[in-house]
Ligand binder design. Structure first.
Ligand SMILES: Nc1ncnc2c1ncn2[C@@H]1O[C@H](COP(=O)(O)OP(=O)(O)OP(=O)(O)O)[C@@H](O)[C@H]1O
Ligand SMILES: [Mg+2]
Length: 277
């Protein structure tokens, strides 16, 4: 069990922050928020956008209960490091190391055959949190420190349940920017008011946080949500094409249809604000 006390996992580690050159573009973005709010969808679309703009990006998919790699593209479009004798590396193998080194992370990176600038790390089909040895905050912090060295742009698709998911909790603490997603419904408000209590601290608030309303439909009460959340930085509309890509396990596909135009524009705005590109 995690302890939500001073110096617990919900305390930001400022030790290595001095090493980050804030003038450089890029950095670590954590995407977090209420369950089913579109975290994975947004993380994948942002990673694709950066890769298309020739930015080296690592997309980390934290979900250990429903590994998301098999849900975003076909395994035939992926490959592992050339010198590896395994078909694919796994996030689980990285975190189960006694100490996470850059080489261990590199060995477990998965590349996309057609997107040269995109790499991914996640759990593989059929794996779960018990497939590998358990890990602690130490491995999660070392992992994020390695990611910073390996790629200029890092996007971490966190799971909602930070009380049980150490990597997602540490990612929220260690990131440079945080997208906080919610749907336009009471459950999202209830979720955030419950879970944000785990995170509140002066140090945590120093992260750049952006509030995002996600999967917004015309009949949704956006004004009510803006009132409940205080403010909204980005508003991602519902897109039929995105929904279909998700159903087809093809989220890395291009968005060409007219009904995605507003969604595409908002992803661009987020990339510009967060990463400066
Ligand atoms: N802008 C959007 N347009 C259409 N559908 C969307 C949009 N955003 C999210 N969805 C849909 O919402 C559902 C949840 O999306 P997703 O899995 O990305 O959410 P999540 O926050 O990662 O969920 P989880 O909490 O399970 O990790 C999916 O069916 C997805 O297609
Ligand atoms: Mg998800």
């Amino acid at each position: 069990m995690l302890q939500f006390k001073k110096d617990s996992i919900f305390t930001r580690n400022n030790k290595d922050k001095s090493k980050v050159d804030e003038s450089l573009p890029g950095g670590v973005l954590a995407v977090w928020g209420s369950p089913s709010s579109g975290k994975t969808t947004v993380a994948v679309k942002l990673a694709k956008y950066l890769a298309e703009h020739k930015k080296n990006v690592i997309l980390v998919l934290c979900d250990m209960t429903a590994p998301m790699l098999p849900c975003i593209c076909s395994s035939s479009s992926l490959e592992c490091q050339k010198d590896s004798n395994r078909p694919f590396g796994s996030l689980g193998s990285i975190l189960s190391a006694t100490h996470v080194t850059d080489q261990i992370v590199k060995n477990n990176i998965i590349t996309h055959k057609k997107m040269a600038y995109l790499t991914m790390i996640g759990m593989l089909k059929g794996e779960n949190e018990y497939t590998y040895a358990s890990y602690s905050r130490v491995q999660a912090e070392e992992f994020i420190a390695s990611l910073r060295k390996i790629a200029p742009y890092v996007i971490i698709d966190c799971s909602s349940y930070i009380a049980n998911d150490i990597l997602s909790a540490v990612s929220i603490m260690e990131c440079d920017s945080l997208l906080r997603l919610s749907n336009c419904d009471l459950k999202s408000i209830s979720y955030l008011s419950s879970q944000l209590k785990l995170l509140y601290s002066d140090q945590w608030n120093s992260s750049k946080q952006y509030k995002v309303l996600s999967n917004v439909k015309p009949n949704h009460g956006v004004e009510h949500m803006a009132g409940a959340l205080g403010s909204i930085d980005f508003r991602l509309p519902y897109s039929e094409e995105v929904e279909e890509q998700y159903l087809a396990g093809n989220l890395l596909a291009d968005m060409n249809l007219k009904n995605s135009k507003e969604f595409r524009k908002e992803i661009e705005k987020i990339a510009e604000e967060v990463f400066g590109c």
